[in-house]
Design a protein around this ligand. Sequence first.
Ligand code: AKG
Length: 283
Amino acid sequence: MTTKFPIALSPEIVKAFRSQGFVVTPDVLTKEEVVQYGSAIDQAVAVRTASDTRAITDKSTYEQSFLQCMRLCETDPGVVGLTFHEGLAGIAAQLLGVPSVNLWQDQALFKEPGGRETTAHQDQPFWPIGQAPLISAWIPLNAVHEGNGAMAYVPGSHLVGPLKVVDITHTSEPFDILNDPALAGEPLRVVPVNPGSVIWHHGFTVHGAGANHSDSVRRAFTVVYLSADATRTKAWPTFPLDRAGVDVGDRIEGEGLPRLWPPLAARPAPPVQKGAGTGPQGL
Ligand SMILES: O=C(O)CCC(=O)C(=O)O
């Protein structure tokens, strides 16, 4: 039996995603959901970052782009409903054109006032998952525009496939992927977005975000979905795969990697060994 999508996409939206590698879906979350999940995420980020009193100028280049708090659904019950949101997970499956998706990771990405740009990069080459279908939901918790850290994408860049990895997490001078000849000089396109809407990008879409020139935090949450038939392609250490005992060649599933679409009858208990907290770990 097939499960009905809570939010069925128009063919135009799916077509736009497949050709551009990103798309905005309006009216995904209600105002009430944005307030409820936004406040749960704010609390979680406050707890995770409480002991970090450094000024932004004392942080690493990567940390100056955003506060990153990963796998909040493992530690914060108030966030679980967003990570397992059936409307979102159903959209992920429709855009990828796959029957089933698992969670790869969730995270808060809060760009502080004065936060630098997020260096342009592709997500998927950070992870040992080959070319498996992967998509991110970028969920704004406040209005995001050019002045406070809007996301920006190179249209069609997902079709180019994996480019040289931009190691944004460890280097203070990341190279500019936009100069890669495969992108033919195509610039980033800035995508302002309001809460309630969600921006989606493919695992190979080249993207970044602007600096935060405003005096308030740019608050966003992301959920990353991976096709349920994906397998591990490389042995390099990767937290959720090693914790779940997924070896090279195995299907990517198990602890911390639950199925999100079609929805499970009951949500699994959170892993015993909780997810990593803040810090540079790849997007
Ligand atoms: O929020 C940001 O500034 C960057 C987000 C990002 O790179 C991602 O979600 O893959």
